[in-house]
Ligand binder design. Sequence first.
Ligand code: MLT
Length: 208
Amino acid sequence: MTTTDDFVHVFVPATVPDGPTVLLLHGTGADEEDLLPLGRTLAPGAALLSPRGKVDENGMNRWFRRLREGVFDVEDLIRRSAELAGFVSAAAHTYDLDPDRIVACGFSNGANIGAALLLLHPGLVSGAALFAGGAPLQGREPDRVDLSGTRVFLGSGVADPITPIDQARLLAAQLRERGAQVRESEHSGGHQLDPQVLEQARSWFTHM
Ligand code: MLT
């Protein structure tokens, strides 16, 4: 059984009542500190739960293995999604969080594992804001899970060379087909956090 000790992580308690908990999922090469400012911007005063990905790729932290850029080890992704889901449930217990109000927020590799949490562990998070992420299971069709009631914000760059925009649109379609309420926000740039997209995400978060 996974416990909170299984992942290096930061937990920042809420400073305002009634907010969600934001589960921060960093990109390749970053760590648990990286997205804390983003969490504070998107959901001021909310509790922040920020673990560190356990895969070491030439000294860079990641959430799951890849065979090369853009080609994922899907079996590893599935296994590590389950482990991360166990951590989130354990943290909800340890830190006395409302398990129905955990919202994932991920960038790049973190967005991809966040998408895997949605598709493989429905109900674990009530929503997700995913930036520069795509369809994580690649060639595989995800199971027909029920995501009604789950809200998702997808921020993507039409010129992203790492996560092609078609992958982000495929993820949006997979989530919608399973009943999720998806808001897509596309910008003209690449693999980055776009200021206008972030502003839209901030307003999206006020309803979480
Ligand atoms: C991934 O491997 O998840 C994506 O290609 C993004 C990246 O981390 O470079």
